[in-house]
Design a protein around this ligand. Structure first.
Ligand SMILES: Cc1ncc(C[n+]2csc(CCOP(=O)(O)OP(=O)(O)O)c2C)c(N)n1
Ligand SMILES: [Mg+2]
Length: 326
């Protein structure tokens, strides 16, 4: 791997972590973010390594734990934070909030709150590319919990039957809200739940950005060549609760510490950079400082942005079929 690429991934992962920490403060200490807030801390290597493997024009779509994906596709951190604060400058004008980030210019389609539902949209995106005869693929991210949902099974089945270029990226962080995979899924080997639909699958260390990149690159190449859908089980871990306010009492004692101390994705890449690429501590510190300044600027921009104007309240709302809208 090129040193410059690894440094860029390091920067992106640090950006996600610092951004999420700031969101936590803005919610819990300052009360400037409200509603749901699902943080991506611990899972950074999945978004960074896999989106790093896509080419421009390839689609990305995910569930509600979407801040990391938005920042990795290159959405402006200020506009993402403004969205979380409900401001007019947010990526959807402050209407969507944390779960509904989107960036159509970068073919990032969201951000969905209904567990599993976006898997069917991913199949539709891939079907459109197949129909048009392009070689674009669709990367779709989803949690372990969504593998128990009807949409999941329908989507994998149809993607395979129609041989569509979808990369199914399972972010197995062991829990769906407070429920462990063991309590919720009849088949706890989630790789089998992908391969049951007769597509190639691979289990990946989702805490290792290089491994994520390599596995995703191979999957994208296969799908681009017309080999149909691919399945990747990223083994990862979320350090925070499901959403703000979840005190994570359901986790066995010591589990979080073990993941954080032994497998942290940023620390893992940091060790590679220091040991194998002659990067110095000072260089890494400089990146961390740059990122802090970027997050500070994003927070300032979001805080100073106006609320949506009152007379825009009915914009983008479809009139219903019942009754009339005056
Ligand atoms: C159809 C549907 N059922 C239930 C919920 C409530 N819910 C929100 S998140 C969640 C857990 C999903 O867990 P997982 O897919 O593992 O994603 P993670 O939060 O771990 O990223 C549930 C059950 C929902 N949003 N949609
Ligand atoms: Mg989960």
């Amino acid at each position: 791997m090129e040193k410059a690429t690894l440094l860029e991934w390091y920067r992106q992962m640090v950006l996600i972590r610092r951004f999420e920490e700031r969101c936590d403060e803005l919610y819990q200490l300052e009360g400037k973010i409200k509603g749901f807030l699902h943080l991506y801390i611990g899972q950074e290597a999945v978004a960074v390594g896999s989106i790093g493997a896509r080419e421009s024009g390839d689609h990305v779509i995910t569930a509600y734990r979407d801040h990391g994906h938005a920042l990795t596709v290159g959405s402006d951190p200020g506009r993402v934070l403004a969205e979380l604060m409900g401001k007019a400058t947010g990526v959807t004008g402050g209407r969507g909030g944390s779960m509904h980030l989107v960036d159509t210019e970068r073919t990032f389609w969201g951000g969905y709150g209904i567990v599993g539902a976006h898997l069917s949209l991913a199949v539709g995106l891939a079907l459109a590319e197949d129909y048009k005869g392009t070689d674009r693929v669709c990367l779709v991210y989803f949690g372990d919990g969504s593998t128990n949902i009807g949409y999941y099974h329908e989507s994998l089945n149809l993607a395979k039957v129609w041989n569509l270029p979808v990369i199914f990226i399972l972010e197995n962080n062991k829990y769906g809200m407070g429920t462990s995979v063991e309590r919720a899924s009849a088949e706890t080997d989630l790789l089998k739940k992908g391969m049951a639909y007769n597509m190639p699958g691979r289990r990946v260390d989702g805490m290792n950005v290089i491994e994520v990149y390599e596995a995703t690159t191979a999957a994208i190449d296969a799908a681009r060549k017309g080999e149909g859908p691919q399945f990747l089980e990223m083994q990862t871990y979320r350090y925070e609760g499901h959403s703000i306010g979840d005190r994570t009492r359901y986790r066995p004692q010591g589990e979080l510490d073990q993941w954080r101390d032994e497998k942290d994705p940023i620390a893992t890449l940091q060790a590679v950079l220091l040991n194998d690429y002659d990067v110095t501590e000072d260089e890494l510190l400089a990146i961390q400082n740059e990122v802090m300044a970027e997050v500070d600027a994003a927070a300032k921009f979001a805080d100073e942005s106006p609320d949506p104007a009152l007379d825009s309240l009915y914009d983008h709302i479809y009139p219903g079929v019942i009754g009339e809208v005056n």
